[in-house]
Design a protein around this ligand. Sequence first.
Ligand SMILES: Nc1nc2c(ncn2[C@@H]2O[C@H](COP(=O)(O)OP(=O)(O)OP(=O)(O)O)[C@@H](O)[C@H]2O)c(=O)[nH]1
Ligand SMILES: [Mg+2]
Length: 437
Amino acid sequence: MQTDIADTIVALSSAVGTGARAIVRLSGPEALALAGSVFTAPQALQPGQRRAYEGAVSVPGIAASLPTDLYCFPAPRTYTGQEVVELHVQACPPLVELLIAELLRRGARAALPGEFTLRAFLAGKLDLPRAEAVLGVIEANGRQELRQALQQLAGGMTAPLVGLRDDLLNLLADLEAGLDFTEEDIHFIAPEELLKQLAKGLAQLTLLQKQLDQRSLSGRPFRVVIAGPPNVGKSSLFNALTGGSALVAPEQGTTRDYLVQRLDLDGTALDIVDTAGWQSADETIEEQAQHLGRAAAENADLILLCQVAGELPPAPPTAQEVLPIATKCDLATPTDDGLATSTHTGAGLDELRSALAIRARAHAQPPLAPSLSRCRSHVAACLEHLRRGHEMVLFEEPPELLAVEVRGALDQLGELVGAVYTDDLLDRIFSRFCIGK
Ligand SMILES: Nc1nc2c(ncn2[C@@H]2O[C@H](COP(=O)(O)OP(=O)(O)OP(=O)(O)O)[C@@H](O)[C@H]2O)c(=O)[nH]1
Ligand SMILES: [Mg+2]
């Protein structure tokens, strides 16, 4: 991505299409001058002041001037660290197109995908994992991915590493200072202290490695749990989807255990789980069934929350994503409370399968996956350097060699947070963004 941060870039930064408002965003040294050249307001624009103006834009080809709000955010306290201006206009696609074309004609450059966030990164506003998390938030499929992306955006991954980098930099400084005095046997840092620092780094990184492993969602198939009150047709739905043979009976409390079956939908694997209907338990076995069902629901990526069509849907049990299903729609007119299905007539089953396939596919390629695997590889390499360093201190090897390992560990951490990067890497990361972000 060849970008010059001296260019003033422009893009539509709200969703494409009609709507209440469209936001045309500019970033760069000429942002206000360019926006001001198409915008008129009763009061003069004040460069360097953070404020909003009510006015209008006029663009060639449209006789009338169009009511517009202009928001000016002077550098450096902005998303990109540069002067940012937003023009909020009516979300009419031809108008927005004409406005952007006019700004381009006057000297702005069309922003490349992710270029606003790239500028934020280059200005030091975001480290690399947080910049990657911006994409994770935009493209999150479901609440769990959104939660993870927001956590990463808030610095959840890199904040603990800042302290580690500082500690290792101090350690390296002490080691390198000592290198000039190796003949005299003067140490700036005692071997016990070295071991303590290295062990602390190892512990921190091992913890981060575990967290990254847990967050890699794509490792296991998408897990769909069928849950809801007793006798609403959960096991019948399970059988209809999987071709399985869960017990189905008119009595409530038929399902005691829970059943899992792997299913292939359009080439994507997913696990479907049938659970016992929720009810108060008055015997031990029932209690166990309830407990198992709840545990299965907690591990779900999606809960198919079943209720008989026409009845009030039950309250969702957990924070997991829920798809409400109105079962037995052959018996009653379904309300709007969910996807209407009937295992007797087959109604709604194809729609349910496609809904599951879309979600399972999205789960198999979570937007944060490339970021997680990038971070995982740096953490693993950094751990390796620290492990070797730890061993060297134990075996009293020369401090020059230890310094090489500590430097290696620091390089890895630097690449992880983006303190060290290549243009290729930035290209790979930011080209996945959409334009305007
Ligand atoms: N008319 C109609 N009956 C259904 C449908 N699905 C299930 N049933 C009937 O509803 C009864 C209960 O079905 P199950 O699938 O065992 O219900 P469940 O929710 O698994 O029940 P528990 O395991 O006891 O919680 C059975 O008699 C099924 O034949 C449907 O789509 N239409
Ligand atoms: Mg059942």
